[in-house]
Design a binder for this molecule. Structure first.
Ligand code: GEM
Ligand code: ZN
Length: 379
């Protein structure tokens, strides 16, 4: 019998091991972000447990950032790091326990299907092969990684560039919300599909600015919610700085240069098992025109994709009460445009559950591809 061992020495690897001798009693703690208190993300490999009954005890689950995120949640596992599935999991309010009998000596576990830095670089490189795409390095993150933007439009469209709608899509301000970058992968695959007439019309009428990963350092470090300096990027939009939040500083500067007609910010939600959006109803500049656009956008998305719904969501900010340090609110106020935060579930879509995988990367990709339809409805 080989000894059990847990490894985290890989992209977004994160867990604290208290005890790993008895496969039934593997005692773990979810560790906090490197420079902030948020704890929820985990990703690790277990070696040596083939054919043994494994129980993982996440002993501090009740003290994590979003304890309600563990209610009805199932841990994600994989043998080949390509196909991820859900395993039996229960949460007693304090400890979360997950059970499986691995069929192989090595098995990976994660909070959600990971999206690695190498996958990110491949996504940028693959998209850049299109003659509709220009890749632009906006600058460096605090750990020295490239912050990259894709500018996408039809080079041969008859519509003058100045008349085309400027559509911005950013994702993964919160690095543990990996579904956001899966969403962008699906969005780009469809947008660059020359056989898709929705895509061709959008590329003729719009200039897209896409940031697939707003938080490279937090992603690689295995943080849930913050960058290398401990900044929650979605609270930095009023006064970003190169010292604490260069990711927001650089993207905001680019937006001010290009202008914004429509903004989407892709996220994941720990507790609500649904796909939904958050609008900018609480901003001072909110108008009936924007409210009408929001309604048309959501109606068109529901018509295009049953995985999207507008019944279960965060509720609405009171008029004038929006926190303008959030991307969606700052952009809506600054550019008087349609702006939405998109939320996907860490759990599953309760309207259309999938017992084997729950919500996952492939379904996030499909949702990302489907958003082209409501974009066409409003641009
Ligand atoms: C959320 S956006 C929160 C918006 N809430 C309301 N009530 N307008 C955040 O940053 O907290 C996005 C996310 O993390 O998923
Ligand atoms: Zn988020």
């Amino acid at each position: 019998m080989t000894a059990l061992h847990i490894s985290t020495a890989f992209d977004s690897g994160a867990i604290e091991v208290l005890e790993c001798q008895d496969s039934r009693n593997i005692r773990l703690r979810i560790r906090a972000d490197n420079a902030a208190e948020f704890a929820q993300w985990f990703h690790f490999a277990l070696h040596g447990a083939a054919a043994q009954p494994v129980t993982l005890h996440f002993e501090n689950a009740g003290q994590c950032a979003y304890p309600k995120g563990w209610e009805g949640y199932r841990v994600v596992a994989s043998f080949d790091r390509q196909h991820w599935f859900r395993i039996d999991t229960e949460f007693d309010g304090s400890v979360m326990r997950a059970h499986m009998v691995p069929s192989a000596q090595t098995v990976y576990f994660a909070y959600f299907e990971p999206y690695s830095w190498e996958q990110h670089l491949d996504l940028l490189a693959g998209a850049s092969a299109s003659d509709c795409v220009e890749q632009e390095r906006l600058g460096a993150t605090l750990d020295g990684r490239d912050l990259s933007l894709l500018r996408i439009t039809a080079p041969d469209s008859l519509m003058p560039l100045a008349q085309r709608r400027k559509v911005w899509l950013i994702a993964r301000q919160h690095p543990g919300e990996t579904m956001a970058e899966w969403f962008v992968e699906g969005f780009l695959e469809r947008l660059l599909d020359r056989t898709d007439s929705v895509s061709r019309q959008l590329l003729a009428q719009c200039v897209f600015h896409v940031v697939p990963n707003m938080n490279p350092d937090g992603s690689v470090r295995g943080n849930l919610r913050t960058n290398a300096a401990g900044a929650n990027l979605n609270r930095e939009w009023l006064s970003p700085s190169m010292e604490r939040s260069p990711e927001v500083f650089l993207v905001r500067e680019k937006m001010l240069a290009t202008g914004v007609d429509l903004f989407l910010d892709a996220h994941g939600d720990e507790a609500l098992p649904y796909n939904f959006v958050v609008g900018s109803e609480g901003t001072p500049g909110y108008t009936p025109f924007i409210a009408d656009l929001e309604g048309r956008f959501k109606a068109a998305w529901m018509a295009a994709c049953p995985d999207f719904q507008d019944t279960h969501h965060y509720g609405y900010d009171e008029p004038g009460q929006a926190n303008l340090s959030l991307a969606t609110n700052w952009v809506a106020q600054q550019f008087n445009c349609l702006a939405h935060t998109i939320e996907m579930p860490f759990k599953d879509n309760a309207d259309w559950p999938d017992a084997l995988v729950g919500w996952n990367g492939a379904r996030s990709k499909k949702l990302g591809a489907s958003v082209l339809q409501p974009l066409l409805a409003v641009v």
